[in-house]
Design a protein around this ligand. Sequence first.
Ligand SMILES: [Ca+2]
Ligand SMILES: [Ca+2]
Length: 67
Amino acid sequence: MNEAQARQLFPVVDTNNDGQISPAELVRLYERNGEPISDEEKDAIFGKADTDNDGLISLEEFITFLV
Ligand SMILES: [Ca+2]
Ligand SMILES: [Ca+2]
């Protein structure tokens, strides 16, 4: 995935449009795709993507994680 694709994907995941991806939004994304994830998998993704450990994934963190 390149940066432009990640920027397009972000608002799809950020369903409440607050500019951050919450754990609940991440879980919903996988459920929508028909591949539910466990709490452990969710925590693993946040552990990697949430580099400032504020409990949310910003656009910058999202791009860094995916690209
Ligand atoms: Ca959000
Ligand atoms: Ca963060």
